[in-house]
Design a protein around this ligand. Sequence first.
Ligand SMILES: [Zn+2]
Length: 352
Amino acid sequence: MSSREKTGPVEFKIHPIAAMYPGCTPEEKEAMKISIRQNGLIHAATLWEDDNGRTFLIDGLNRARIVAELLQEGIEVADNGSVIEMRYVTFEGRKLSEVIQFIESNNMARRTLSASQRAAIGVRAYQKYIKALADENNVAASEVNTGEQGEVGMRIAARTSTNRQYVYQCIRINESKFGTDLMDQIIAGKLKINNALKVLGRREQGLPDEEEAKDPTDTPVQAQPTKTYDGLKNEVHPDHKAIFAVREKIAEILKLVKKVQAETTAICEKAGGRNINLDALNTDLKNITANLRTHQPHSPCPNCAGAGKTVDKKKCPTCTGSCFLDMAQWKLLTPEVRAPYEKKASAPPEGE
Ligand SMILES: [Zn+2]
């Protein structure tokens, strides 16, 4: 960054990437205002001039607003005697991809952003970052080499200090044609990812965002679409109904196995059943039961949010493209990854 510093009023536009990030909270703003009033402006805001000679503000919007407010209130000198005025430095990088990185790292240092907000902003910023790199290097977005390790979800999670599961959930919301305003609301801190996913699911089924309030005086028997649940008692997404319907079939088979056991035990007690090896038979039946229970779909794959593939269209390494995990696979995940799914419906959403 350069020392080319400007002071006073400067003509600029707020850069659209910087505008993606939520403004500071009223508390943050109040604290910043008190600090500037006491000490003057310590950190200059940052401007960037693009190749077309347009000047953009890429950092320090909140500071610029507060200084303008103080000046409007007639406060021109801080308590420590320094003059209150806006100062700007100019970002030296020419490339948009560098500007995006700069804006992201400044904003991710803010402690008040929740994990949901970080993940959602991270997904959007990464998309723009890849596009900028592709344009700068004259290659397709799929050819861009960022020099980062790991698959996309891991990279975004690392850049934004959040978890991969949130990142993949945000990717799913971001890629849906119903998801744009939901992403906006997550970024603004008005909606949690879990709730956004619920709304998205309803929209994809053609339902209103909110469940309609039930009128107790009017309860006609309606043909409700039957719900399908996974092994964690979570309702499954309509896309995955066919997969998890297998659980119902297996539940029927397990009843049949019990029936086989009861009836063969009864036969063994009869004169003609004496040569049947009941212990061996019971062991076999136990194996059948364990096999079905362990390998039936237990949960949608949290690594790819049940998509079966990663954002770069590669087969998801966790579920190898099947979209679900069985109980054996599920138990291999870390407790941290499992926890949000193992929560009961009555538990408070998303501890952050
Ligand atoms: Zn997967």
